[in-house]
Design a protein around this ligand. Structure first.
Ligand code: ADP
Length: 600
């Protein structure tokens, strides 16, 4: 049997946990408050009836004061219940929003690190924040208003026919006409026009964003007139569409709609005049006039009810946007945690016939790659850009899981090692080793939270960071990223290296591009690296061949395959891809030196 699909609101409400029932209580209170809000109209009818019957001797209408107090009590009761209801819905909505954030964060914590390459953490946070805020508005306010409005509408229909169905029908006719004109305005061929109008609005917003983003380019290349043209065109198109839409589509129906919703009594007066002689002859003229007073006053509520229904409908749309944002986060893949984890024996790294393709990619980033790095060895991955070096290194700490084959650390498939154990064994200095907005101490200690202050200091010393620490006002307690404390790229890399040193992991993954991107820091970083890598298994993604000459082994990756591997000497002798790269590299260095001499 096909299972009934849960509504968006029901799915969102599941996040409220134990406070879910508070939402229902809040909605019930809101409905009751709406009914109480209608009761004063009946009091008005009762008062009008008594007054008219007693006229002109008003003192005879003794109950009028009581009716007045009753109306007041009902109105106050309605307000109190409405607030109580809102309190309940708010309590549930706050819990729901908090749970969306908590569960979203808990879920992305399980995602493989590679997921964050294509989904920046700021983007994920933005999605969760927006979803939580939208859900909060929906559950705390909109849902209560929607239930209140539906109750109000149902009560209104009942009350319209409560006293005199003919007068009620006259009032309802006005409401029906205004709803029909709204449908006419939005439906049929006009739906296409609305879509065009919204598309023009989107184009204008996009062109505006592009324009603002392009301001630096515009300024540099003096392209003002050219770049403005696209934006201007989008604005013109939008204003043409808006004018056409308003003049030809909205103008008449909207006027009719407003006339009938605001003046629902236009049909009431003729109907009353038509019925009056009959009522007079029938002998119950007092009741008839009281009914008329009731409907004249009550018809004012129709426009409020219709307006609220329109808002309620737009409120419901929030549910689906919030849910789709939550799903974007909850659909993140999770890293499979082994049920019976095994401990790696040592720091050997093995690739066994590894193939890997990125999601949606046509070709494999790595194809049947096998190699072994013995404990304590330094292996360099080299090759043309896009060859698969970064991908190969990323598979070791499980940024991604292999599509085929196996990556092993200490003789155990990385998928069978507890992720936290695996992370403890590996330190990486990658291009995206970022620093947090925290003190230097906390930044370095992130690698090993239980490390003492002294251990952090000696790691900073080993990473050649003491010059940075000494020039900062509060030493290692200086907060980064605040009050103007920003570090240069090279300095950040050295702090990241201190973090790796403190971690004291037996396996080190190193992206050389990061490590040497800043020439001023190069000597210091080289020193720090020597300290870091001593006795460790090192896998280095190398870009400058001069740094790989001393490696125990060089693996040349080309288009996802191992083209060749060996020591520098062996590979030069083989005369393959590496030998060609080496010749090119030396030529480039010679050219650089020659041209620098010529300039001088
Ligand atoms: P290298 O580090 O040798 O320059 P990479 O490992 O970065 O090479 O890339 C290998 C192949 O995988 C390339 O074809 C590249 O376009 C592709 N690739 C790399 N990262 C991603 C990614 N996040 N999503 C899709 N394809 C990727």
């Amino acid at each position: 049997m096909k299972q009934k699909k849960k509504s968006d609101v029901a799915v969102l409400l599941d996040y409220a946990g134990s406070r879910r029932s508070l939402t229902f209580l809040g909605l019930a209170l809101s409905a009751v408050s709406m009914l109480l809000g209608m009761a004063p109209y009946i009091c008005i009818w009762l008062a009008a009836r008594d007054l008219i019957a007693a006229a002109p001797d008003w003192t005879q209408a003794a109950n009028v004061t009581a009716y007045g107090w009753m109306a007041f009590a009902f109105a106050m009761g309605g307000i109190v219940l409405y607030f109580a209801g809102l309190m309940c819905t708010h309590l549930a909505a706050f819990r729901t929003a908090a749970n969306i954030r908590k569960q979203g964060v808990a879920h992305v914590m399980k995602a493989p690190l590679g997921f964050f390459d294509s989904n920046a953490s700021g983007l994920i946070r933005g999605r969760l924040d927006a979803a939580a805020a939208e859900t909060e508005t929906l559950l705390a306010h909109n849902l209560a208003d929607i239930v209140g409005t539906l109750t109000m509408f149902a009560a209104m229909l009942v009350m319209l026919f409560l006293f005199d169905w003919r007068m009620g029908a006259a009032c309802l006719l006005a409401a029906v006409i205004s709803v029909l004109t709204m449908f006419l305005m939005m439906g049929g061929k006009n739906a296409g026009l609305i879509a065009e109008y919204q598309a023009a609005q989107d184009r204008m917003t996009k062109a505006g964003t592009e324009y603002v983003r392009g301001i630096p380019v515009v300024k540099v290349f003096q392209q003002t007139v050219y770049s403005f043209r696209a934006f201007q065109k989008a604005i013109d198109e939008y204003s043409d569409k808006a004018e056409y839409y308003q003049a030809n589509v909205c103008c008449v129906p909207q006027s009719v709609n407003l006339t009938f919703t605001e003046g629902a009594f236009v049909f009431l007066v003729p109907v009353v005049l038509f019925l009056a002689p009959g009522a007079l002859a029938g002998g119950n003229f007092v009741g008839f006039i009281a009914d008329f007073v009731f409907y004249a006053v009550f018809s004012a509520i129709i426009s409020t009810a219709l307006a609220r229904i329109m808002f309620a409908a737009s409120g419901m749309m929030l549910a689906s946007t919030a849910l789709s944002r939550i799903n974007q986060v909850m659909d993140a893949p999770s890293l499979k945690v082994p049920e019976r984890p095994q401990m790696p024996e040592d720091s050997r790294v093995e690739f066994e016939n590894v193939s890997f393709s990125y999601e949606g990619a046509q070709t494999q980033a790595l194809s049947h790659v096998s190699f072994t790095v013995e404990p304590g060895q330094t292996v360099a991955l080299v090759g043309p850009s896009g060859g698969g070096k970064t991908t190969a290194a990323s598979l070791i700490p499980r940024f991604w899981d292999v599509s085929d084959g196996a990556v092993k650390v200490g003789g155990v498939d990385v998928r069978h090692i507890d992720p936290s154990v695996l992370m403890d064994r590996i330190a990486f200095v990658f291009q995206n080793s970022r620093l947090f907005k925290a003190s230097i101490l906390e930044n370095v200690r992130a690698a090993r939270p239980e490390a003492s202050r002294e251990e952090v200091l000696s790691a900073l010393k080993a990473a050649q960071c003491m010059d940075i620490v000494e020039k900062l006002p509060a030493g290692i307690d200086t907060q980064l990223g605040s009050e103007g404390t920003y570090l240069s790229g090279g300095e950040q890399q050295r702090i990241a290296l201190a973090r790796a040193i403190l971690k004291d992991a037996p396996i080190i993954l190193l992206d050389e591009a990061t490590a040497f991107s800043d020439p001023e820091n190069e000597v210091l970083i080289q020193k720090a690296l020597t300290g870091l890598t001593k006795g460790c298994t090192v896998i280095m993604i190398a870009h400058r061949l001069s740094t790989v000459v001393g490696a125990d082994r060089i693996i040349v990756l080309d288009q996802g395959h191992i083209a060749e591997q060996g020591t520098h000497r062996e590979l030069i002798a083989a005369g393959g891809l590496y030998a060609r790269m080496w010749t090119d590299y030396n030529q480039a260095v010679r050219w650089k030196i020659t041209s620098e001499r010529e300039v001088k």
